[in-house]
Design a protein around this ligand. Sequence first.
Ligand SMILES: Nc1ncnc2c1ncn2[C@@H]1O[C@H](COP(=O)(O)OP(=O)(O)O)[C@@H](O)[C@H]1O
Ligand SMILES: [Mg+2]
Length: 407
Amino acid sequence: MVQDETNRDPLFRYDDPVFEDEELLEISHVPGPDRIVGRDEHMSKVANALNPAIFGSEPSHVFIFGKTGTGKSLISRSVSERVVAEADRDDVIVEYVFVDCGEQDTETAIVKTIGQAVNDPDRTGVSIPDRGLGTADYYKRLWTAVDACTDVVIVILDEIDMLQDDEVLRKLSRAGENRSLSSSKVGIIGISNKIDFPDELSERVKSSLSRDELVFPPYDATQLSEILEKRQDAFREGVLTDDVIPLTAALAAQEHGDARKAIDILRNAGRIAKKENAEQVTEDHVRAGKEKAEADRFSELIQGAPTQAKAILYALTTLTDKNDRQEFTTKVIYSVYESVADELDMAVLSERRVQELLKEQDFLNVIQSERKGRGRGKGQIGKHRLLEDSAIVRKVLLRDSRLKELA
Ligand SMILES: Nc1ncnc2c1ncn2[C@@H]1O[C@H](COP(=O)(O)OP(=O)(O)O)[C@@H](O)[C@H]1O
Ligand SMILES: [Mg+2]
């Protein structure tokens, strides 16, 4: 047995022929400012709102809107990190907490998450347990922790439109005013993929929550290329062929300029090349990487959906395949859904319920629904279309144990 001087077991690989530093392509990775492209103006607006925090004063609240992959989470994190560092130079303690409201969607869960992130039990003498406290007690401990452990806490509420109710927003934004906190301050960055989200906020919150609002536009293909170029040291030298980055950027720019998709495609392409023991990443790897990125996105979106919703989407997929047009009314979808449900021996839901489930899937960005009013009091008629390629949608849907037999 030949062994090198490190005495490693030769059964395993330690060298990575494709990636030099794959972490640079993780979505949650926060790259340094020199790798951030085309967001100077947005960064300075966020920085402006948070600026008071570096003196221990109350920052302005900011709401950020924009489609997926326009850098909302990245810019929020990056600017918050810089505020924390800048404040620290003058011994002002700023902390920031990133909360994904898609996962933490109840008031208690959010309050607990922030509390646990901020709390230092040695300082406060209290712990914040995973369960067992009522909402009011979690709040009490949150305020104790914030007052004892920080001067300012910046709360980033990502996907804030997923919140079940606005109460937590109201309490956090009024913490100072209501004397929940004696000396420390709270700043909120609310992030939403829904451009019209403020319309859905309750009046009470809208009037109590003064805030700056920012819209992040999609990137163009040139910006996407630049974003990818600044991450190409994720790969070993010479591994990326010349066409890889321009093609990836062009593919990601197709629907809307989505940097998440661009980075996902590039990472997938590298992983696929590595699996094939290829020496270089090529155009074919990029195309395969795009397909995988789309299937992954879609299965993530749809994972938790009830089987009935999947049966409805299956009906929409069938329609999309059989027709030239892409948009279908609830009524048309319903008639195909009835036969799908029949074939699967499932209960057939009412048309109204199907309409509701379609609306939910629209909200979750699985499909896109258009509502056109038919005059006052007449309700609304919806047309629905898939947002992903129907072949991909079908593949993902057929992974469900109940839908499998449709294959
Ligand atoms: N302006 C940018 N410069 C460099 N990378 C970016 C930029 N905008 C987004 N990205 C990268 O694209 C991915 C998606 O960005 P993210 O902030 O999660 O988008 P959003 O929150 O708007 O959906 C992340 O990996 C992020 O690092
Ligand atoms: Mg995000």
